[in-house]
Design a protein around this ligand. Structure first.
Ligand code: PMV
Length: 345
């Protein structure tokens, strides 16, 4: 038995599901202290329909193993997952290695937030498998250490992640928190998939280089919290059009800053979809765009307009397919079994 939870079962097997999230006000950049604290606050919508399912089984492998979308993975991805599990093992004093089997039903590592759902599912499955009784806030803090946006995927609907404190320490807790807004249930997202491939630059390295090289990084650090606060206030007030205008401002400021450091995530298709969104607004539809660290445009709209919006953006040259989504649930355990050490199966 540990001070942090129940005794852990050396043959436990746990399956967790998490959904990606799309930020309306973006996080880009990290605090200088270790521990993966975001430099600016962000607010996102967790998406239904797109899922990562992750199973962790203890006591079946001598070394940590990672299977991603059906293929065994080694190198950086395995090292990152293993280091993440070490955080949990250090808390419970366990040496049990894990077999991690994880799969996404949407493109992996291409700016569709697979690291958010991936680390959210991994954090939840790992804490349960190693016997920790942590509440969701503590699991969110753990997930953030893998990928800051993952902290948000522990929760459903609209979710805020504040910035880490300037003079913080690595061990400080920083969890995301859900925002109750009546607007949430009316929100719809049409993801315009521009490629099924992986993105060229990982976001962690791109953020580090942006902080070093962009002449606009200081302006971003100043402006992003203001955009975020106004956007959050508009969401709480149910003001969809202001939320939309500010979300576009946040995305463009983030990409302007990243571009000035050499990171160009926009492709021809990205620009064409953005133009199409602007045109359909002129035609009276309520829609706005956002873009993350990849070429796909995510179009936010309302339930009443989603059919028309999807039909138009789906025909834009270069859009391979669209994925329609809306507010999704937070991460959850879908199966848990204990193993031989307790006599269960
Ligand atoms: O959590 P990361 O390291 O994958 O970075 C996510 C960064 C953006 O998706 C571009 C913005 C955000 O707030 O999700």
């Amino acid at each position: 038995m540990t001070s942090s939870g129940r005794s852990h079962d050396s043959r436990a097997s746990v399956i967790a599901v998490a959904h990606p999230n799309i930020a309306l006000s973006k996080y880009w950049g990290k605090r200088r202290v270790a521990g993966n604290f975001p430099a600016v606050p962000s607010l996102s919508l967790t998406l239904e329909g797109l899922s990562t399912e992750t199973s962790i089984t203890l006591g079946v492998a001598e070394h940590d193993e990672l299977v991603l979308n059906g293929a065994a993975v080694s190198g950086t991805a395995l090292t990152r997952a293993s280091a993440f599990l070490d955080r949990v093992r250090d808390v419970v004093g366990s040496r049990s290695r894990a077999r991690i089997i994880t799969a996404n039903d949407f493109p992996t590592a291409s700016g569709l937030a697979s690291s958010a759902s991936g680390f959210a599912a991994l954090a939840l499955a790992a804490t349960r498998a190693y016997g920790l009784d942590w509440d969701v806030a503590k699991v969110s803090d753990l997930a953030r250490r893998g990928s800051a946006s993952a902290a948000r995927s522990l929760f459903g609907g609209l979710v805020e992640l504040t910035a880490g404190s300037l003079d913080g320490r690595e061990e400080d807790i920083l969890s995301a928190q859900p925002i109750e807004a009546s607007l949430t249930r009316d929100l719809r997202v049409v993801v315009c998939v521009a490629t099924e491939g992986a993105k060229a630059h990982g976001s962690t390295d791109a953020m580090r280089s942006t902080a070093l090289r962009s002449p606009f990084y200081g302006a971003w650090l100043n402006e992003a919290p203001k955009i975020h606060e106004s956007l959050k206030a508009a969401a709480l007030a149910g003001d969809f059009l202001t939320v939309g205008a500010l979300a576009e401002q946040s995305a463009l400021a983030m990409h302007g800053c990243a571009l000035s450091a050499g990171f160009a995530y926009f492709r021809d298709t990205t620009v064409r979809v953005i133009d199409a969104v602007r045109t359909l607004r002129l035609d009276g539809l309520q829609a706005f765009f956002t873009v993350d660290a990849g070429p796909h445009v995510k179009v936010f709209t309302r339930a009443k307009d989603v059919d028309a919006v999807e039909a138009i953006v789906g025909r834009v040259e270069g859009v391979i397919r669209t994925i329609r989504s809306g507010p999704g649930e937070g991460a959850r355990i879908v199966a848990a079994a204990s193993g031989a050490s307790t006599g269960d199966s």
